[in-house]
Design a binder for this molecule. Structure first.
Ligand code: FE
Ligand code: FE
Ligand code: MG
Length: 167
């Protein structure tokens, strides 16, 4: 822990650590949801979609690393167990029970939308109070916005393809 670095945080550090741990837990769940979905996926465009899911998995894991580093820097402890991820995360884990492309895309779009709302909240909570976490949340938010758009455009392509195939 850096003492001066912690001292300049202008909001309750224990509360901030809770918010950071919620985000950290969500990133692990998102990572696993993408990673497993990419392996199970079935249906039209599955190779293109699997490639995007795998790329996103890597990026979610990188987000988890950024958050763990910030938590440790502030003297906190990242969630210690996988069971803890489910308990702490505001965004739910949606198991890829149905491996059809459209279903996986919809589940992951919902996950990204939850993440976008959560990072917006983290930015609101840290604005003018903790520039370091604010900046970190912005960096991750930019990725989540990109993820949502990537998945929504694949979803659109899939709809077009299925629709044209019927004619
Ligand atoms: Fe993420
Ligand atoms: Fe994401
Ligand atoms: Mg992408």
């Amino acid at each position: 822990m850096g003492t001066k670095g912690r001292e300049i945080v202008g909001l309750d550090v224990e509360h901030l650590l809770e918010l950071l741990n919620q985000a950290y837990a969500s990133e692990w769940l998102a990572y696993y949801q993408y990673w497993l979905g990419a392996k199970l996926i079935k249906g039209p465009m599955k190779d293109a979609v699997a490639a995007e899911l795998n790329q996103h998995a890597i990026e979610e894991l990188a987000h988890a690393a950024l958050l763990a580093n910030r938590i440790i820097q502030l003297g906190g402890k990242p969630v210690l167990t996988p069971e803890g991820w489910g308990n702490v995360s505001p965004c739910k884990y949606d198991a890829p029970k149905d491996p059809y492309v459209a279903v996986l895309l919809d589940q992951n779009i919902a996950g990204e939308q939850c993440a976008i709302a959560a990072y917006k909240d983290l930015m609101d909570a840290t604005k003018d109070k903790d520039m370091v976490t604010y900046n970190l949340a912005l960096t991750i938010l930019e990725d989540e916005i990109e993820h949502e758009e990537d998945l929504q455009s694949l979803r659109e392509d899939l709809d077009l393809m299925v629709e044209r195939g019927r004619k």
